[in-house]
Write a protein that binds this ligand. Structure first.
Ligand SMILES: Cc1cc2nc3c(=O)[nH]c(=O)nc-3n(C[C@H](O)[C@H](O)[C@H](O)COP(=O)(O)OP(=O)(O)OC[C@H]3O[C@@H](n4cnc5c(N)ncnc54)[C@H](O)[C@@H]3O)c2cc1C
Ligand code: SF4
Ligand code: SF4
Length: 375
């Protein structure tokens, strides 16, 4: 970070209102004065909660607090800063899916975790292993609100195997998982794993790179979920219910594999073309260039020919340590990504597609010539 004191007024102008903000909520949890709120009711954006100072002036920024800009994974030169910190170098132009030490297919060996998981249950296996082997005290994940029938995805804390199992699987509306941080701290957690799409998975890396205080030190592991977009909650009523007669409470499971796949509690299976769903794309995703959760310790996805394996990118030294220890303990089964070359090709293709969304309001893509920058 340059010596200039960069604070909420800069973040508000350069990220929150410029089209760069993904709504990841990292700035909100990094703020030590609790003056930033988060609107999760369709807007998914941070805001200044106090009447004094108005929307742009948090009043603490002018006194020298810079923590929100230090925590934001879209502020100024975020990508080379995080990569320099995590990998000792920025990516090369060819590393379109980000820097990774290993790309493999993996799945939980524990049948219960495997069954509960969206793909191979690798994320759940990682969390359970890390909780039971003194690597983390808690994980910030996503749950369904209440009894689950509303399908509203909300941030949650998992501290036990039962809580990991209860929050496994994927929801395709936005859940700002960092917002569960205060609950984890209140429960006594000091070492925390964050599970989230790329927008969120970059937060621990940027916080560490920019020394964003205690919050930065408490993130012990970042587990990323590959992601092209999330949808507004209104998709349930305005598309699934209105056009397909699918009530929220009847939906048992969802997946996206070229189409929206929906299974009901009654045993029915429906397919909804993705092009029908695009109108409900969440605004914060429209300018997101990160498909492959490129700054997580370990990134995971479901693309490829094998539905019950998780495509896994082991990225950082920390990710390698944890993954190797799990393998040694027999908690995870691994096969080469070369067994599914189509998955790797699709990973690169989808990463390239997302990178074309590099926002015009952002700093230019690092390392690329001006004529090859997106318009
Ligand atoms: C919104 C979204 C979009 C995705 N898009 C793609 C894609 O385009 N291509 C691809 O290959 N993979 C995508 N994935 C990743 C994929 O669905 C699986 O999460 C991943 O393969 C890990 O599977 P698993 O069985 O190992 O995870 P599991 O063991 O099932 O664990 C999944 C973890 O994700 C958390 N989670 C679930 N929903 C959300 C949410 N909405 N927000 C934040 N955290 C959540 C859960 O709490 C749990 O901790 C997406 C995931 C999400 C949530
Ligand atoms: S991208 Fe995240 S950290 Fe940055 S302003 Fe938006 S919500 Fe805050
Ligand atoms: S596309 Fe996915 S990773 Fe990007 S902002 Fe949207 S939810 Fe986050």
């Amino acid at each position: 970070m340059p010596p200039e004191k960069l604070h909420w007024a800069h973040l508000y102008e350069e990220v929150v209102t410029s089209g760069l903000c993904t709504g990841c909520s990292a700035c909100v949890v990094a703020c030590p004065y609790d003056v930033l709120g988060y609107d999760d009711d369709g807007r998914y954006k941070p805001f200044h909660v106090e009447a004094t100072g108005g929307a742009t002036d948090c009043t603490h920024g002018v006194k020298g607090c810079t923590l929100c800009t230090r925590a934001c994974p879209r502020f100024r030169d975020w990508e080379p800063e995080i990569e320099q910190h995590l990998f000792g170098r920025p990516r090369t132009a060819d590393e379109v899916e980000g820097i990774a030490a290993d790309v493999v297919l993996a799945r939980a060996t524990d049948p219960e975790l495997h069954e509960a998981g969206q793909d191979g249950g690798l994320v759940s296996a990682l969390l359970v292993w890390a909780l039971e082997n003194d690597v983390i005290d808690a994980a910030l994940v996503s749950a369904l609100e209440g009894d689950g029938t509303s399908w509203k995805a909300v941030p949650a804390v998992a501290r036990t195997r039962a809580e990991v199992l209860a929050t496994a699987g994927s929801r395709y509306t936005y859940s700002a998982n960092p917002l569960a941080y205060p609950e984890a701290i209140a429960g006594g957690a000091e070492r925390i794993a964050l599970v989230g799409m790329g927008c969120q998975a970059s937060a621990p890396g940027v916080m560490a790179a920019r020394k964003a205080g205690k919050v930065a030190r408490r993130f012990a592991l970042s587990i990323g979920l590959l992601c092209s977009k999330t949808f507004d909650d209104a998709i349930f009523d305005e598309l699934f219910q209105a056009r397909y007669g699918l009530e929220r409470a009847d939906i048992a499971k969802m997946n996206i594999k070229g189409v929206f796949q929906v299974w009901t509690h009654g045993g029915e299976y429906h397919e909804i073309p993705l092009k029908e769903a695009h109108a409900w794309t969440r605004e914060g995703c429209l300018s997101c260039p990160d498909f492959a959760a490129e700054h997580a310790d370990i990134s995971t996805g479901g693309i490829g020919a094998f539905n019950d394996w998780t495509l896994t990118l082991v990225r950082t030294e920390r990710g390698r340590e944890v993954f190797a220890a799990m393998q040694e303990a027999g908690a995870v089964e691994v096969r080469p990504a070369g067994d599914d070359p189509g998955a790797v090709a699709l990973l690169r293709r989808l990463s390239r597609v997302s990178r074309k969304r590099w926002p015009a309001t952002a700093v230019p893509i690092p390392g690329r010539l001006p004529e090859t920058q997106p318009a």
